[in-house]
Design a protein around this ligand. Structure first.
Ligand code: HEC
Ligand code: HEC
Length: 380
């Protein structure tokens, strides 16, 4: 089963040029404010690894999706989100009768590209579900990484009878609340960077780098293909990208205010919790997420949207981690597969636990109220 045409877009679209000047502290794509001069140099070194185009001789592949981090995380700044042309594709087997998902060989990611002389990967015929995944923005992720588990766990709501009311499950993996990935399947930011190097670029690391590192592959370049010092710099860069700053610039301030007043009544804040506070250092994260897993997909039916997602970690097939809404104006397209562009499309993907919210917006709100809610989201 070949589910998509291979595309060279990920290689063809050049990432924005990275020079050696430090962007303004706290700007979009700039460093967070706490770094001293040495750390700013490490941040710049890390950014060079992030924008580096890996070549065959650097160990790229044998299977890969793109040749640099910045090829996928680049909108509108280095470290930002990616459009659908750089989505990655996951696959697996879903036993619909028992609603159980299992990985199949070659998974979970099907790579679009291969080095010369190697056949491109095809989805294992044993798979019956595939899903696209959009590259999220990485701005502010260090603040999320540094949150104590207890801050995230404070919003957990149990729902033993699965009645569709709002719940929220913490994804515990390896003794930590996993908080990265659309499925909250990766515990730390370091793990997420190691995972990306292996899964999307075929770059191997020393096993000690992370449990999520790929430590060997069968191209002609000796493993590990990236030195630990370079990996550490890369992780440092990503974990000190400043978080998005709220702004009403260019927006209608009255609409933003009206939209802010509609957010809670529409029930959005139950999952998109406006603020989490790091109880260890007092940092306020205006991220509009509880970082918990919620069931959003409806029960299996003829509706194509009810097809369960390819899952991983502890998330159930119909669950996703609430994505932060900070930086919303720059993170289109939306939803895990990047298929939603408008507020209506975003709401049509909010079923089950979030159905009441979606109905309020679609059925009860006036056009003006929907416009206000959208203007408010753009200000985050
Ligand atoms: C081919 C596109 C692509 C490339 C190349 C890529 N990523 Fe990603 N990245 C993604 C996608 C897609 C996701 C979401 C994965 C998921 O949850 O299914 C992601 C997720 C992440 C996350 C977790 C984000 C979050 O909010 O949970 C981090 C961190 C990350 N990538 C860093 C990197 C780094 C560093 C590199 C370079 C080593 C890189 N990525 C290369 C596509 C890419
Ligand atoms: C029950 C929890 C819950 C409620 C209530 C909820 N959401 Fe969400 N929201 C989520 C989850 C989980 C996702 C990710 C879904 C996916 O990727 O398939 C999401 C995705 C989104 C996205 C896309 C973000 C992105 O970067 O892709 C937006 C925007 C959004 N929600 C806005 C809202 C608004 C506005 C409301 C209120 C009208 C709302 N949500 C209510 C849980 C919720």
């Amino acid at each position: 089963m070949l589910v998509f045409v291979a595309s060279l877009t990920a290689l063809a679209a050049p990432p924005p040029a990275a020079d050696d000047t430090l962007p303004p502290v706290n700007s979009a794509g700039g460093p967070d404010p706490l770094l001293n001069a040495d750390e700013q140099q490490q941040w710049l070194r890390g950014r060079r690894v992030f924008t580096r185009k890996f070549r065959l001789g650097d160990g790229l592949g044998p299977l890969f999706d793109a040749d640099s981090c910045a090829a996928c995380h680049r909108d509108p700044v280095i470290g930002g989100a990616g459009d659908r042309s750089v989505n990655v594709v996951r696959f697996g087997f879903h036993d619909l009768a028992n609603d159980v998902f299992t990985d199949v060989e070659g998974g979970p990611v099907v790579s679009k590209l291969a080095i010369p002389g190697r056949p491109r990967e095809e989805v294992n015929p044993a798979a019956n579900v595939t899903q696209e995944r959009q590259p999220p923005s990485l701005l502010g992720l260090g603040l999320i990484d540094r949150l104590p588990d207890s801050v995230i766990e404070a919003n957990v709501i149990e729902d033993e009878d699965q009645n569709g009311l709002i719940t929220g499950a913490a994804a515990r993996i390896g003794g930590r609340v996993a908080r990265f990935g659309h499925k909250a399947d990766i515990p730390t930011l370091r793990d997420a960077v190691a995972d990306a190097l292996g899964n999307y670029m075929g770059i191997t690391l020393d096993r000690a780098a992370s449990a999520y590192a790929r430590s060997s592959d069968d191209d002609d370049v000796a493993d590990p293909e990236l030195a630990m010092a370079d990996f550490d710099d890369l992780v440092f860069f990503v974990s000190h990208l400043a978080p998005p700053v709220p702004s009403s610039e260019g927006l209608n301030a009255a609409l933003v205010a009206a939209g802010r007043d509609l957010f809670e009544p529409a029930g959005c804040g139950a999952c998109h919790v406006p603020q989490l506070i790091n109880t260890e250092d007092g940092t306020q994260l205006n991220l509009y997420s509880d970082l918990l897993l919620h069931r959003l997909l409806p029960p299996a039916s003829a509706d194509p949207d009810s097809i369960p997602d390819v899952t991983s970690g502890v998330a159930l097939p119909r669950e996703f981690r609430t994505p932060p809404l900070w930086g919303f104006r720059n993170t289109a397209p939306y939803i895990h597969d990047g298929k939603a562009l408008t507020l209506e499309q975003i709401m049509s993907r909010h079923a089950w636990e979030s159905l009441a919210s979606a109905r309020t917006v679609i059925n009860s709100f006036t056009d003006d109220e929907r416009a206000a809610l959208l203007e408010f989201l753009r200000s985050l």
